[in-house]
Design a protein around this ligand. Structure first.
Ligand code: SAM
Length: 290
């Protein structure tokens, strides 16, 4: 048999093992063989992983490695690895380290010369991206948006001119607020896909302009339930790029507080843009809005 079809477990090795994001059938054969063969599984939540192991009839010992004990626990795991143990790292769902614990452990492994072997597997961000219908050649993964409104807006502002597809994880409680902020900063017409409950019974993938998506969600409470990923189309508006979307956003904000003349003078100074270009843009926008 070709050795590449076998799961060979080495001593003194950390295995990074993805687990399903919903459907248990999505775990790979190699992941199951690894979980069965290692001497210890470090899990984000042992109760959660116990259920998975029980389903597949695996009895390997478990220990907890979560955000609150990561540093302390890592030191203990490193000693075990140095003693010759093989350890599998799993999170509650999907790929460990992707918005899940494990970064410090992997870093420490390299620092002390422990081998790290990653297994490929489920990841909500990639699963959602592939089904979004939005360009997947170039994308950036941004994890969760900040909880505080001001920080969230600042983050969105920093991504305003991003031309790659943007991936966010989102929670049911903050979806509406986040979408309102996306509309305010990136515009009502930015195309977004909401991918919910992937691989599960109520899987749903819906794409529309930001404003239409928000209205669609507001029509039915169920549409913001469950686990979700937002895929946002990159900024490809070349006409706006001439001035710069950040400059336009600043102009819109200043216009609310100051006279048009002062707002344009300030934006022209801050961003080094000619005043007449900003005047022309404002006139065009007034025409468009009519
Ligand atoms: N490590 C995981 C991965 O590889 O995708 C992500 C962990 S992060 C703490 C959990 C978030 O991932 C959820 O809040 C949700 O945004 C997203 N997520 C996880 N499972 C999902 C699913 N089945 N459908 C949609 N999004 C999911």
């Amino acid at each position: 048999m070709n050795q590449y079809y076998q799961t060979i477990i080495s001593e003194k090795t950390l295995y990074i093992v993805p687990t399903p994001i919903g459907n248990y059938e999505d775990i790979t054969k190699r992941a199951l063989n690894t979980l069965e063969a290692v001497s210890l599984i470090a899990a984000e939540d042992t109760r959660n992983t116990k259920n998975l192991l029980k389903y597949f009839d695996i009895n390997t010992n478990l220990c907890a490695l979560h955000d609150h004990n990561e540093h302390k626990k890592t030191n203990k795991l490193i000693i075990k690895l140095q003693d010759g143990h093989s350890i599998a790292l799993v999170s509650d769902a999907g790929t460990p380290l992707i918005n899940d614990p494990g970064y410090y452990l992997v870093q420490r492994c390299y620092a002390v010369g422990i081998r790290v072997i990653p297994l490929p597997g489920a990841c909500a961000a990639i699963t959602a991206l592939c089904a979004s219908g939005i360009s997947s050649n170039r994308f950036c993964y941004e994890g969760f948006l900040p909880v505080k409104t001001q920080l969230r807006k600042k983050k969105l502002l920093s991504l305003l001119e991003e031309s790659r597809t943007i991936i966010f994880y989102e929670s049911t409680h903050r979806l509406i607020e986040s979408l309102k902020d996306i509309i305010e900063i990136m515009g009502h017409d930015r195309y977004i896909v909401l991918a919910r409950e992937l691989t599960k019974r109520w899987e749903n993938i819906y794409g529309a302009s930001a404003e239409k998506l928000l209205n669609w969600i507001l029509e039915d409470d169920m549409r913001r339930r469950g686990e979700m990923v937002l895929i946002i189309q990159g900024n490809h508006k070349s006409s706006k790029n001439i001035i710069g979307v950040k400059a336009l956003y600043t102009l819109a904000l200043l216009q609310k507080e100051l006279s048009l003349k002062t707002a344009i003078t300030l934006v022209a100074k801050i961003y080094g843009i000619k005043k007449n270009i900003l005047y022309q843009h404002t006139l065009d926008k007034i025409k468009d809005d009519k």
